[in-house]
Design a protein around this ligand. Structure first.
Ligand SMILES: N[C@@H](CCC(=O)N[C@@H](CS)C(=O)NCC(=O)O)C(=O)O
Length: 220
């Protein structure tokens, strides 16, 4: 049977894992789940009750997208997504961390805006993280040295999954058109970088799609 990925159609965290599996040419099956729905299976496989989750042939589970990406590098070292050069690997992990933390700040905004009376100071605080985090990503990418034999790394995958989710969230009304999310005019070079990632088969094949979930009831 091989690897099974528990994913959600719109999950940027799950997308990271699916992109990494595709970039490494590792075959996998996907089961889509709605982690907040009453029929979710996530609690059965992860104490954190979150997806993405990998389920292996022997029933072992691997979860949290950040850890899964590290796990894949150890178990499937072919087609590396992290350089064997320690300095370059540190930069990759730093970019990955920024992509992940900014994604979390965006999600915090999405959920806060579902509340009957969203806290403006909270939204502003998260918005600062998004604004400064994206600027830091661009600055870090500018100074990074190309790694031999690696044309996409786990940092790119985390950042791409985050940046490329933003238009989906706006289009489907999950966030108002907040100024902070209109990052392209502020970072034209990052926009070119995001478009290059978006054009890769791994990203094309994992575009976010709507799933039935009532986020208002999640925060109620
Ligand atoms: N840090 C986790 C975050 C995953 C996450 O937030 N997943 C969402 C779906 S996009 C989820 O399962 N949420 C349910 C919950 O947190 O209870 C990761 O990177 O895997």
């Amino acid at each position: 049977m091989g690897i099974r990925l528990i994913n959600a159609l719109s999950s940027p965290y799950g997308r990271k894992v699916a992109v990494a599996l595709k970039e490494k040419a590792i075959p996998f099956d996907v089961t889509y789940d709605v982690p907040w729905g009453k029929d979710t299976c996530v609690a059965q496989y992860s104490p954190l009750e979150q997806l993405p989750i990998l389920i292996l042939d022997d029933g072992t589970t691997v979860y949290d997208s950040s850890f899964i990406l590290e796990w894949l590098e150890v178990r499937y070292p072919d087609r590396p997504l992290i350089s064997s050069n320690a300095e370059q690997a540190l930069t990759t992990r730093f970019v990955k961390l920024l992509g992940e933390r900014v994604m979390e700040a965006i999600h915090a905004i999405v959920f806060e805006l579902q509340r009957p009376e969203p806290s403006q100071p909270f939204v502003e605080r998260q918005s600062r993280k998004v604004r400064r985090g994206i600027a830091e990503i661009e600055a870090t990418l500018e100074r990074r040295q190309p790694a031999k034999g690696i044309d996409i790394d786990t940092g790119d995958i985390a950042v791409g999954s985050m940046l490329l989710l933003i238009p989906f969230l706006i289009e489907h009304g999950f966030v108002a058109e907040l100024e902070v999310l209109n990052w392209r005019p502020r970072h034209p070079k990052l926009a070119v970088y995001a478009d290059t990632l978006a054009a890769r088969a791994s990203f094309q094949e994992t575009k976010p799609a709507l799933m039935e979930v009532d986020l208002k009831s999640v925060v109620a």
